[in-house]
Design a protein around this ligand. Structure first.
Ligand code: FEO
Length: 168
């Protein structure tokens, strides 16, 4: 059974993951509005991935006898200056999420909640992957700057991404 502190902290993370999903969906809509469908599709796949993260945590709370609470989700931003600006914000956002996951892992340790420690390992690895892949895309956007051909190629490339839920 989860203790109250852990249950509250996990619920806050469910909300953070759902916010992330909303954040990426807003970015998807921004890219649709500037006619970059590949980037829009990448963002939508990312939104699905974040929803998966939220539901994975929701399932865990239930599995441990807790109660998942659907708190209000903050409104994400809706305007950016450029694709580069979007990816700069994504990297900063994912770094913040990494901090939240690390705080949760620290709490699980402090509370001697070994099951939660093991559960959170998956999220720790996931954050390493997310920061690396976003950093890679960001570097490419920095390279192409205002080059229209480069932007077109990037859009096509990012459009290839599809979200496949990982095996549990
Ligand atoms: Fe759910 Fe982007 O971390």
């Amino acid at each position: 059974m989860l203790n109250e502190k852990m249950e509250k902290a996990l619920n806050e993370q469910v909300n953070a993951e759902l916010y992330s999903s909303y954040f990426y969906l807003s970015m998807s809509s921004y890219f649709e509005s500037i006619s970059l469908p590949g980037c829009a599709s990448w963002m939508k796949a990312q939104a699905q991935e974040e929803l998966f993260h939220g539901i994975k945590m929701y399932d865990y709370i239930n599995e441990r006898g807790g109660r998942a609470i659907m708190a209000a989700i903050d409104q994400p931003p809706s305007e950016w200056n450029s694709p580069l600006h979007v990816f700069e914000e994504i990297l900063a956002h994912e770094q913040k999420v990494t901090g939240l996951i690390n705080d949760l892992a620290n709490l699980a340790q402090d509370e001697r909640d070994h099951a939660s420690s093991i559960f959170l390992q998956w999220f720790i690895s996931e954050q390493v992957e997310e920061e690396a892949s976003v950093g890679e895309v960001l570097d490419k956007f920095k390279l192409i700057k205002e080059d229209k051909g480069g932007l077109f190629a990037m859009d096509q490339d990012l459009g290839k991404r599809v979200f496949t839920p990982p095996a549990k």
